[in-house]
Design a protein around this ligand. Structure first.
Ligand code: NAP
Length: 324
């Protein structure tokens, strides 16, 4: 019973993406093996879409978990939708394909389903994930993102990525790619922070008008990792309105936050490394929020961002100074 909801969405290049994805990001103090274990549990409970990234430094473990599940016959490679991301130190066009090849090597897979530009902001190339100067400031550089995009297109042509897209782009940056002279492929998606406190309604409308899927991250209000998120940020899952709706449906506030996105046509990611919560997060296809519930959740929007990227404020490509 899926209650009027398809479990996958057709992308603008013809490929298909499951609408509910498993997030694999964890803070540095969590052993990487936990991510592999959680990935296996996620496959067992039904997740088929996996969101990872070079910068998460977990692709070896996630790849191993997926390959083990394929080897034991639980899934086939073509059942899995795997996303990786181009980290900001590899935005120069000549670094794009080698970066993807590095991820594929760690994964021990022949292709990824989706390869996305992680951020519209470039950093100095090199082995450091966050290159810093003598004052401890992150070293940014300005790269023509249209050149980066052309290199992403070549990865698709080479069959290393079935689909290509972007992340953390605002509508102007999306427009820049869409208007690129000689554009071969449109981005299939824009993965952005999206939850009831930052519902991205304008960006969603824009993306829908261009047949670009909006993929929501931090849909439960992020992990509030102090390395990235300010202390004292609000706790979404304690929100009284979400809790009241959850109680009415005999569900958890997390399930309501996920179902909210699915019902508004957003593909949603969710991270948990806890067996019970991984299972719970997949149980969002057998209940339905009413139009009143949806309206009440939409009313929670306050344009509050957990990820503000302070190191990039003022950079010409800083995405979050635009209204959407
Ligand atoms: N493109 C980007 O720049 C970007 C940025 C951030 C995230 N992402 C992607 O999006 C994914 C999801 O976002 P996120 O990692 O920020 O976290 P999230 O999905 O908002 O989850 C936040 C926290 O909620 C807990 N949780 C999960 N299910 C729950 C439930 N049913 N009830 C109560 N608590 C629950 C989890 O802890 P437990 O593990 O203890 O359950 C998790 O740490 C990431 O893993 C990553 O793949 C992308």
């Amino acid at each position: 019973m899926d209650l009027n909801l398809s479990r996958s969405v057709k992308l603008n290049d013809g490929h298909v993406m499951p609408v509910l994805g498993f997030g694999t990001l964890a803070s540095d103090d969590v052993p990487k093996s936990k991510c592999g274990e959680a990935t296996k549990v996620a496959i067992d409970v039904g997740f088929r879409h996996f969101d990872a990234a070079y910068v998460y430094q977990n692709e070896e473990e996630v790849g191993k978990a997926i390959r083990e599940k394929i080897a034991e016959g639980t899934v086939k490679r073509e059942d899995i939708f795997y996303t990786t991301k181009l980290w900001t130190t590899f935005c120069r066009p000549e670094l794009v394909r080698p970066a993807l090849e590095r991820s594929l090597k760690a994964l021990q897979l022949d292709y990824v389903d989706l390869f996305i530009i992680h951020l519209p902001i470039a950093m100095k190339p090199g082995e450091e994930l966050m290159p810093k100067d003598a004052n401890g400031e992150v070293i940014l550089e300005t790269v023509d993102l249209c050149g980066t995009w052309a290199a992403m297109e070549k990865c698709k042509d080479a069959g290393l990525a079935k689909s290509i897209g972007v992340s953390n782009f605002n509508h102007k940056q999306l427009e820049m790619i869409l208007n690129k002279p000689g554009l071969e492929y449109k981005p299939v998606c824009n993965q952005v922070e999206c939850h009831p406190y930052l519902n991205q309604s304008k960006l969603l409308e824009f993306c829908k008008s261009k047949d670009i899927v909006l993929v929501a991250y931090s849909a439960l209000g992020s992990q509030k990792n102090p390395a990235w998120v300010e202390r004292g940020s609000p706790s979404l899952l304690e929100e009284p309105v979400l809790n009241a709706i959850a109680k009415k449906h005999n569900r958890s506030p997390g399930q309501v936050a996920l179902r909210f996105q699915l019902q508004r046509g957003v593909v949603v990611l969710v991270k948990s490394f806890n067996q019970k919560r991984i299972k719970e997060n997949f149980e969002v296809f057998d209940f339905e929020l009413t139009p009143e519930d949806m309206k009440a959740i939409e009313g929670l929007n306050r344009n509050f961002r957990y990820f503000k990227l302070p190191f990039a404020v003022g950079h010409p490509h800083y995405p979050f100074s635009e209204e959407y």
